[in-house]
Design a protein. Structure first.
Length: 272
């Protein structure tokens, strides 16, 4: 039964993980720590109680002035069948209320490698979700993305506090077309090197999501299988994937655009 509380986590319990076989935590492969976290499997600890549970970080901030950055419990479908799960909220940047939906740190080896059902429905992690967003990787199930918001923020650089790129777009995923990207109205607010616009907008926009077991790209084979089985909106194949090449090709780092020099130690995607 769903609970009527939203909990700000102060300590993080281990997650129940399933569906994957390798992990990346501090450059060490650990089979016990990678996986696809089902939305009903996260154990919760007592913390600061908020009056009710909300569907995304924007709702939390709107109803709880003064909420700070950190891990929160959300319930995207309200009284529906999906159990609440934990997410990271940026309550500071550009008015706050941003839900983290994708994160890649080059210092954490490899990347999430979800199957189709997992990339749609689960919280896919490398490492453990925590208040330190440099210690794990994340691909939130795409069935939740439209509920998180319709404005997307792309960040990339040396670290969360040392960015080379930031761009905003109107955003949605077309769930009737294999969750194809729909991005428009670009606003680039940080651009200190390289190309201004990210490949996610200039090349991948409009493309369908591909996983290792669901090939929706335009390549003769499955692009996911060329890049450590990472899920992405491939064409034939990529020009600026936030997963880079994983442990198989190119750099194990997020790429702003192309497949050559424009990769960084940190890349994240936020919605509100």
């Amino acid at each position: 039964m769903k609970k009527n509380l939203c909990i700000v986590l102060i300590l993080i319990n281990p997650f129940v993980l399933s569906g994957q076989t390798a992990a990346k935590v501090n450059n060490v492969e650990d089979p016990a720590k990678i996986g696809s976290v089902t939305t009903g499997s996260i154990e919760k600890l007592a913390g600061v109680t908020i009056e009710t549970i909300y569907k995304n970080c924007k709702e939390i901030l709107d109803n709880t002035p003064g909420a700070t950055d950190g891990v929160y419990n959300i319930d995207p479908d309200g009284s529906g069948a999906i159990e609440p799960f934990d997410c990271y909220c940026d309550m500071t940047t550009d008015g706050g209320g941003w839900t983290l939906v994708l994160l890649n740190n080059a210092g954490v080896a490899g990347c999430p490698r979800p199957y189709w059902d997992e990339v749609v429905n689960n919280v896919n992690l490398n490492g453990a979700l925590s208040s330190d967003i440099t210690t794990f990787d994340l691909f939130l199930g795409v069935s939740f993305w439209n509920i998180m918001g319709n404005q997307v923020r792309l960040d990339m650089g040396a670290s969360p506090t040392s960015l080379s790129h930031r761009a905003y777009y109107d955003f949605s995923l077309d769930d009737g077309n294999n969750y194809a990207l729909v991005m428009s109205n670009e606003s680039v607010t940080i651009h200190t090197e390289g190309t201004s616009s990210p490949g996610m907008f200039t090349y991948h926009n409009g493309r369908q999501l591909t996983t290792r077991d669901a090939d929706h790209d335009t390549y003769s084979g499955n692009c996911s299988n060329n890049y450590y089985e990472s899920a992405w909106w491939y064409g034939a194949c990529m020009s600026g994937s936030f997963w880079g090449g994983g442990l198989e090709s190119y750099q194990d780092a997020p790429y702003w655009t192309g497949t050559a020099a424009e990769y960084f130690d940190y890349g994240s995607i936020w919605l509100k």
